[in-house]
Each structure stands twice: as C-alpha cells, then as structure tokens.
Design a protein around this ligand. Structure first.
Ligand code: DQA
Length: 143
C-alpha cells in the first residue's frame, strides 16, 4: 500500500475552537478521521501528524525525503516565512501537495506569499477539510 504523510503545522491542532468564523467548527480529530477515511477509499496508508515546532516538521520532511514518501503539507503560518521549511520541501523526491483550509490569497496581505508553493507539485486551498480530501486524491493519481 502506498504510504502518504499528512503534515500539519502550528495551531492546526486547535481546529474547532480556533477562530471558527475563519476555520470552521470541524475539530482536528475530525480532520484526521476524514483523512483516514479518504485514504482508505483510495488505498493509501496515511500517517497524519501535527506539530507547532518548526524543527520537528523539518525532521519529518527529511524522513519523507529519505523514504521518497509523498507529502500533503499544511504549513500553516510557516507557509509565509519559513525558508527552512521550504528548503526541506525542496529535498522531497515524491510529490508534495501544499494544502490550506482557507484561501490565503483572499486574506491579509502577509498570507499572499507562500515560500513553499515554488517547490510544491501543486496547491489546494479554500475548501475547508475538502482541501485535504482533494489533495489526497491528487496524490493518489500521481505516478
Ligand atoms: C492556513 C492558512 C495560514 O495563513 C494560517 O497561518 C494557518 C492555516 C489554512 O489552512 O488556511 O494557520 O494554512
């Protein structure tokens, strides 16, 4: 079974209670369950993780690079300024889909820049937890 890593950056564990007007009321646990259900449908072996720690996220990306494992990444706020994360993503050898619940392009100016987008295979943004479902489908369809 093809392995996929779903990696979530800072504050995403707070989904459900975090700014519900912006991010909705779906909890992080529900997001994890939705990823697992979609992965099962697609025949993917999914490992869903979250961290608030940049170095931990970089370490997971190194493991994905070494193992040539496809990655679905919601870098959260790191999207907009973490060159360390970008450089770790650049080392990946399997497809990378950048995912966002919201559409950062419609939000504050500082969210309009993604330092990750330039090294991602593609980006899915703006569809709430469906962004993750769509991204998993995109990864499953990659050769
Ligand atoms: C986010 C968008 C980011 O700008 C923000 O910092 C997040 C979540 C999203 O999924 O919409 O934490 O990545």
């Amino acid at each position: 079974m093809r392995r996929v890593l779903v990696l979530n950056g800072p504050n995403l564990s707070r989904l459900g209670s975090r700014e519900p007007d912006v991010y909705g009321t779906t909890s992080y646990d529900e997001l994890v369950a939705a990823c697992r259900a979609t992965a099962a449908e697609l025949g993917l072996d999914v490992d869903v993780r979250q961290t608030d720690d940049e170095s931990e996220l970089v370490g997971w990306l190194h493991d994905a690079a070494d193992g040539a494992i496809p990655v679905l990444l919601n870098p959260a706020a790191f999207t907009h300024y973490s060159y360390a994360l970008r450089d770790a993503c650049a080392q990946l050898r399997a497809p990378l889909v950048e995912v966002h619940l919201t559409n950062p392009a419609t939000r504050e100016e500082f969210r309009h820049t993604s330092v990750v987008a330039g090294v991602a295979t593609g980006t899915v943004a703006g569809f709430g937890i469906d962004s993750y479902r769509l991204a998993l489908r995109a990864l499953a369809a990659q050769p």
